[in-house]
Design a protein around this ligand. Structure first.
Ligand SMILES: Nc1nc2c(ncn2[C@@H]2O[C@H](COP(=O)(O)OP(=O)(O)O)[C@@H](O)[C@H]2O)c(=O)[nH]1
Ligand SMILES: [Mg+2]
Length: 312
C-alpha cells in the first residue's frame, strides 16, 4: 500500500518511513509531502527552546504525559545540533522518554541538523507536517537555543516556550535578546534551586523593555520538571496562549507567514538550483568568475546579467 495511505490509517512504520524519506531527501519525498499536505493544519505546534541542560527534554516528557492524560496524542521532534543521530544526548533523551515510547499515542523522533541550519527549519517544518497528517494533536519540537535554531523553531511553532534555569553562572544579560523576542511563554525550570526569585525579577525587567508584544505579555511559569511540579499549570498557560492567538488572529497571521516563508525558500532553492545547473552546463560561470577576479567586471552587474539572460 501507498506510504501516505498507511500513514493516514495510523501506521507508525509508515510515519517513520515518511520522516526518513524527507530527512534524507529520497526520491519519493516530494510526492509524500504533496499527498499528505491536504491532511495537515490540525496539530498544535509547541516549540521548546533554551540552553543545554535547562531541562527541556525532561519538561517535554512531562508535558507529553500531561497531554496524554488529557486524551491528546503527541508527536515529539528532538533536535540537537551538537549531536548527530547516535549522539549521547539523544540517546539519553531516548532512555528518559522510554516509557513514553511504549505509548501508542506518542511518537518520538530525534533529528540531527547535520550542520545545515537552513536545512533545519526546512526539514523540521516538513516533519511537523508529517506528524500533523498522521493525526497527532500536539507536536512538540525541542531544540537547543543556540544560533539560528531558536529563530527557526519560533517560525514553525504556534507557541514558543523558552526554558531558563537559575544559577547557570551567567545572569540574564548574557541571554541573547533573540531568545526573549521569540518567547511566548517563559518557564523557569529547576525552581527547586537557588536564584529563582532573582532570575524572575531580571526576566520581568527584560520583558518590560520589550514593548513589541503589546497584547500578549509573555507569562513566566516556575516549574520543577524532574518532579512534575508546575507542569499542568504550564500546560494551562500554553492553552491560554492558544486561545489568545486564535481570538486575536495571531495564529492565522503566523500560519500565513509560515506558508509564505516556506514557499519563498522553496522558490529560492529551486531557482538557485536551476541557474547553477544552467551555468555549469555552459561553463559560463567559471569564465564570469575570472572576469570579476581580474576586476574587469563587478559581481553585482554580473549577477544582474545572469538573471536577465536566464529569466528573459
Ligand atoms: N534539580 C532539578 N533538575 C532537573 C529539573 N529538570 C531537569 N533536571 C535535570 O537536569 C538535567 C538536564 O535535563 P535535560 O532534560 O536533559 O535538559 P536539556 O538539555 O535542556 O534537554 C537532567 O539531569 C535532569 O534530570 C528540575 O526541575 N530540577
Ligand atoms: Mg534535551
Amino acid at each position: 500500500m501507498d506510504i501516505v495511505k498507511e500513514l493516514l490509517a495510523g501506521s507508525r512504520l509508515a510515519l517513520s518511513r515518511a520522516i526518513t524519506s524527507v530527512e534524507n531527501e529520497y526520491e519519493n519525498a516530494i510526492q509524500i509531502m504533496r499527498d499528505l499536505y491536504p491532511h495537515t493544519g490540525n496539530a498544535y505546534v509547541i516549540g521548546i527552546t533554551g540552553p543545554p541542560g535547562a531541562g527541556k527534554s525532561t519538561l517535554t516528557d512531562k508535558l507529553a504525559r500531561e497531554y496524554r492524560r488529557r486524551g491528546k496524542t503527541v508527536g515529539i521532534i528532538a533536535i540537537d545540533p551538537t549531536s548527530p543521530f547516535s549522539g549521547g544526548a539523544i540517546l539519553g533523551d531516548r532512555i528518559r522518554m522510554n516509557e513514553l515510547t511504549m505509548d501508542e499515542g506518542v511518537f518520538i523522533r530525534s533529528m540531527g541538523t547535520r550542520g545545515s541550519l537552513g536545512g533545519l527549519s526546512h526539514k523540521t517544518g516538513e516533519v511537523v507536517k508529517i506528524m500533523d497528517a498522521a493525526g497527532k494533536d500536539i507536536v512538540i519540537v525541542e531544540t537547543v537555543g543556540v544560533g539560528q535554531s531558536e529563530v527557526d523553531i519560533a517560525k514553525a511553532a504556534d507557541t514558543t516556550l523558552v526554558v531558563l534555569v537559575p544559577g547557570l553562572g551567567d545572569d540574564i544579560q548574557a541571554i541573547k535578546a533573540g531568545i526573549l523576542e521569540i518567547g511566548d511563554i517563559f518557564a523557569i525550570n529547576k525552581a527547586d534551586r537557588e536564584g529563582v526569585d532573582r532570575l524572575q525579577v531580571e526576566l520581568e525587567m527584560m520583558l518590560d523593555l520589550n514593548q513589541y508584544k503589546v497584547d500578549w505579555r509573555p507569562p513566566i511559569n516556575r516549574v520543577i520538571a524532574s518532579q512534575n511540579q508546575g507542569v499542568s499549570e504550564l500546560l494551562e498557560t500554553i492553552e491560554k496562549h492558544s486561545v489568545w492567538s486564535k481570538q486575536t488572529g495571531e495564529r492565522e497571521v503566523r500560519h500565513s507567514k509560515r506558508i509564505k516563508n516556506e514557499m519563498l525558500s522553496m522558490l529560492d532553492e529551486q531557482i538557485g538550483r536551476y541557474i547553477i545547473k544552467k551555468m555549469a552546463e555552459s561553463g559560463e560561470f567559471d569564465r564570469l568568475i575570472k572576469t570579476v577576479e581580474q576586476r574587469e567586471q563587478d559581481p553585482y552587474t554580473v549577477v544582474d546579467g545572469i538573471l536577465k539572460s536566464i529569466l528573459r
